[in-house]
Design a protein around this ligand. Structure first.
Ligand code: HSE
Length: 309
């Protein structure tokens, strides 16, 4: 059976937000768009534009297509994608920490659900399937629902609820030109942590929900973390140093997801613009190499993934 043309848009996401390790997430106003067009070649071809062009695979190995095929297989609808042209227009940087793989997985699952049912996917179903496929509900939740989210897992799977983010909260991302794999930095995390550190993070994470909702002035205090960033620092010194400098200047700077991108949760657009204006273009990296940074203010994406025929 040939496919119907469809367009999926999924926002960038930032996870953890400091102390909300594997739990808190925020959708950002940078979008990956995937268009699936019928093609009677019997093959699947992928065109990549923007971020990842020239590096991402252009066939069934592309994460969006792999996810679409896996999901259709599970739904017993594999025959709905026998030939297709897939166009990926990526705004989300691939360099790490902005949920590019969650965005690809959510796009793949959304496209598969659309092809399976011919109707707009149910968001809760989309979140459940994408979390199971991707393994990071703290990225999948904001990618699917938009805005701020609290995600958790139990024996029945992943769940999420929204956080109403105060409109004054203005994210800034500082994206470096080096990459670090999430799996590599998760291996640096200890199996056990001191009770005092757990209490430290529980208090900050609880405070952070309040700060995001209505008290942006509390963001610097509420984004302190002892659970994951100190352990990951050795794998991304330039990022850790920049976070230290920004925090020293009073900004709520944290590792975006598993890094190495830096996120600042500014209390106002004015603070965000000051962070961008003062951001370094280059910092010292390992072995005398330089790290280049691109700083930009981004909106909180109020909407999550959308599918349009
Ligand atoms: N919570 C995950 C981590 C996010 O920190 O490893 C990965 O994007």
């Amino acid at each position: 059976m040939s496919v119907t043309r469809l367009r999926v848009r999924v926002p960038a996401t930032t996870a953890n937000l400091g102390p909300g390790f594997d739990t808190l997430g925020l959708a950002l106003g940078l979008w990956n768009e995937v268009i699936v067009e019928p093609d009677d070649s019997g093959r699947i071809r992928v065109d990549v534009h923007g971020s990842g062009r020239g590096r991402l695979p252009r066939d069934e190995r592309h994460l969006v297509v792999r996810t679409m095929l896996d999901t259709l297989d599970r739904l017993g609808s594999r025959d709905r994608l026998d030939g297709a042209r897939v166009i990926a227009r990526n705004e989300v940087p691939q360099s790490g920490g902005l949920g590019s793989s969650a965005s690809a997985v959510v796009a793949g699952v959304a496209a598969a659900l659309w092809l399976h049912t011919g109707a707009l996917p149910d968001r809760d179903e989309l979140f459940r399937l994408a979390s199971a496929a991707e393994g990071h509900p703290d990225n999948a939740a904001p990618a699917v629902y938009g805005g701020g989210t609290i995600a958790w897992q139990d024996d029945s799977g992943a769940h999420a609820v929204p956080i109403a983010v105060d409109p004054r909260v203005t994210p800034v991302i500082l994206v470096p030109d080096y990459q670090v794999r999430t799996a590599e930095t998760r291996r640096l995390l200890p199996e056990r942590v001191p009770l005092a550190d757990a209490v430290f993070d529980v208090s900050r994470a609880a405070l952070l929900v309040r700060a995001l909702e209505a008290r942006p002035d509390l963001l610097p205090a509420a984004t302190e973390d002892r659970l994951h960033q100190p352990y990951r620092a050795e794998a991304m010194r330039p990022t850790a140093e920049l976070i230290g400098r920004l925090r020293g200047a009073g900004h709520a700077a944290v590792l975006s997801g598993a890094g190495p991108t830096v996120l600042v949760l500014a209390q106002s657009p004015v603070e965000a613009d000051a962070v961008v204006a003062q951001a370094p273009a280059r910092t010292a990296g390992a072995g005398g190499l330089e790290v280049r940074w691109r700083a930009r203010r981004v909106a909180v994406a109020r909407d999550g993934a959308t599918v349009v025929a």
